[in-house]
Design a protein around this ligand. Structure first.
Ligand SMILES: Cc1ncc(C[n+]2csc(CCOP(=O)(O)OP(=O)(O)O)c2C)c(N)n1
Length: 603
């Protein structure tokens, strides 16, 4: 193959998907960040002729895309797997309306939970919502499948799900660049029987859904993305997505049925393939999705009886499952050393969680973001965490269950992006139903966890242009919250006092903990003087160490060592700041009672 630098690109799966969407002529794209899907939208926004945006949540994003496709424009919604739970309501009914312009839902699953709160196989959504689903095996295929997905969407009059997993999103590969297809301009066209889903119309569309799935089933038999790769031997594999690569690596000569369209399945092709081999093995990650449907067709196969149904697969796991005798020590992967996550040095969330960790008998209903790390020792100040937005609603539920006995003890903690994603309605409910829980909004001016995406409160769009910034205080007041307090979490002692007061109050209160993420480019540029430890003054009280800042280390001492250093015999050790890591937040100095921590400029 001749490598042409102009047309052959080295792209991640996410970059390839953005390119595929652009080539397919996508006009409007909306999404909410979520690893591993986030970079798709950031990339797509830079292409000429595409309008791309960050939505406050996935339901909003999908509905924006649905609206856009109703004008005849091609549209895209992107999200991680749990995002599709949030967007499930419009998803299931968009299956009924169908589309005018092509509509693709890009869904990224995260087997192994590299950065997710659960492991979910969203191929099941395609079955449940009666939608076609395509699944690529590498970045080049991911790009081509986006183009195929739009063609199918319009041909079958249906939204199409393209499902990727973390490996596809982040792996890099050679992708051939094409040109953008020219599409007619969007128009307003009234089609109430198709677009207004009240029961009378929906019953008619319900039949259209079944007819379309029949047609999709027929189409699946000849779709080039579903192919039999002949081979030698009596054992054949059916596989799709990333596991296809493992099968090809471990059994390069075996016959393989590679499925690019995983729903609906090409039944005839599967039967032909099954009849051509003596033993059939389905290699798929997570649920026995293909296997279950094969068994429903009456086709005998191995699957989850030998292949794990949890976590990611790899070549080693596949080899071990299929051919345990062929495994030698050579193939055994080396375990990686553990590296527990931690809030960054200078993270404003630390000051807030330090304050919470000092409060006795308080239950912290947590949420999802960088601040979830407040759960870990030494702060250990989060007691529950389920899904985005659930902190407020769970806290309210607890307050109702506990009644008087829980007063002054229940607090919800969530980030600014999470609050706008799905915390607002929870707060509205808490006010409406007279909760006494306190709600802390950690306003670090960005969506930090997923890589600093802008949001409705940051004052910038996805392209960095100016946008109206939501006023969180005003919003909370408009929802009916009487007590709204703003604190600077770097002022650790003030924050602790405010927390104590507000949580003890019998009324619902909102505490906005406001300080920018220390890794925002403007914060990194704004060089702050760092802190250093004055070792003569350190008494070894370890209060600063209990903040869990990665810049602070603890050196334990024996009584003899303590004496030799001029400390009291009983001093157990001393704390030290690594100045190269210090971000200058000053939280440690604020808790030190012995003048042992000083700003560099004050030396
Ligand atoms: C439904 C859903 N969508 C997306 C995500 C991915 N995700 C996890 S936390 C988070 C946002 C965190 O931002 P914020 O609440 O502002 O907290 P920060 O990380 O800035 O502290 C996102 C988008 C998710 N876990 N669940």
């Amino acid at each position: 193959m001749v490598f042409d630098k102009e047309t052959m690109l080295w792209l991640s799966g996410n970059e390839a998907i953005a390119l595929g969407a652009w080539e397919a002529g996508v006009k409007v794209a909306s999404g909410y960040p979520g690893t591993p899907s986030t970079e798709i939208m950031g990339n797509l926004a830079r292409y000429e002729g595409v309008y791309a945006e960050w939505a406050p949540n996935e339901k909003v994003g999908l509905e924006v895309a649905i609206g856009a496709c109703f004008t005849g424009a091609r549209a895209l919604a992107t999200m991680k797997h749990v995002g599709l739970n949030v967007a499930a309501d419009p998803l299931f009914t968009a299956a009924y309306t169908g589309v005018r312009g092509g509509l693709v839902i890009l869904n990224a699953d995260d087997p192994q939970m590299h950065s997710s709160q659960n492991e979910q196989d969203n191929r099941n959504y395609a079955f449940a919502a009666k939608l076609p689903l395509l699944e690529p095996s590498d970045p080049a295929e991911a790009k081509e499948m986006m183009i195929r997905a739009y063609a199918l969407s319009e041909q079958l009059d249906t939204p199409v799900i393209v499902r990727i997993t973390t490996r596809i999103a982040h792996v890099k590969g050679v992708v051939k660049k094409g040109t953008r297809c020219e599409l007619p301009e969007p128009t307003i066209e009234k089609m109430p029987a198709k677009l207004v889903m009240l029961p009378g119309n929906a019953r008619v569309r319900r039949q259209a859904v079944e007819k379309r799935m029949e047609e999709a089933r027929r189409l699946a038999e000849t779709l080039p993305e579903n192919r039999i790769e002949p081979g030698s031997g009596t054992r054949g594999f059916i596989t799709s997505g990333v596991p296809y690569n493992y099968v090809k690596e471990v059994f390069p000569h075996a016959p393989v049925l590679k499925l690019g369209m995983v729903w609906p399945l090409p039944e005839q092709m599967i039967r032909t393939f099954a009849a051509s081999v003596e033993e059939l093995i389905v290699v798929e990650e997570l649920d026995p999705f293909i296997e279950t449907h094969l068994k429903a067709m009456g086709i005998a196969c191995h699957g989850k009886d030998i292949i794990p149904n949890q976590g990611e697969l790899n070549s080693f796991i596949v080899r071990k499952a299929v051919d345990p005798d062929s495994i030698g020590a050579l193939f055994e992967p080396l375990p990686l050393p553990m590296r527990p996550p931690n809030m960054c040095a200078g993270c404003p969330h630390r000051g807030l969680f330090y304050g919470l960790s000092r409060l006795k008998d308080v239950f912290v209903s947590g949420d999802i973001g960088c601040y979830t790390l407040g759960f870990l020792p030494p702060l250990s100040a989060m007691d529950a965490c389920v899904c985005m937005g659930a902190s407020v609603t769970m806290a309210h539920g607890m307050s109702k269950a506990l009644g008087k006995s829980g007063e002054g003890k229940i607090v919800a903690v969530l980030g600014d992006s999470t609050f706008m994603h799905s915390g607002i309605t929870g707060l509205l409910n808490a006010v409406y139903n007279n909760s006494y829980a306190s709600v802390i909004i950690l306003d670090n001016r960005t969506t930090a966890m997923t890589g600093h995406q802008d949001n409705p409160a940051s004052g910038r769009t996805i392209l960095g242009t100016e946008a109206p910034a939501l006023d969180l205080e005003q919003l909370c007041r408009a929802l009916g919250v009487k007590r709204v307090v703003v604190v600077n979490p770097h002022e650790v002692e003030v924050t602790r006092k405010v927390l104590k007061e507000e949580i003890a109050s019998p009324d619902l209160s909102v505490i906005i903990s406001r300080a920018p993420c220390v890794l925002l480019p403007e914060e990194v540029r704004r060089k702050k003087p760092v802190y250093f430890t004055n070792l003569d003054n350190c008494t070894g009280c370890s209060l600063c160490v209990q903040m869990g800042c990665p810049a602070i280390s603890w050196t334990p001492l024996t009584p003899e060592e303590a004496m030799a250093r001029g400390y009291r015999e009983k001093q157990k050790g001393f704390a030290q700041i690594a100045e190269v890591q210090c971000a200058g937040c000053g939280q440690c100095a604020a808790v030190c009672k012995f003048d042992a921590i000083t700003r560099r400029e004050e030396q």
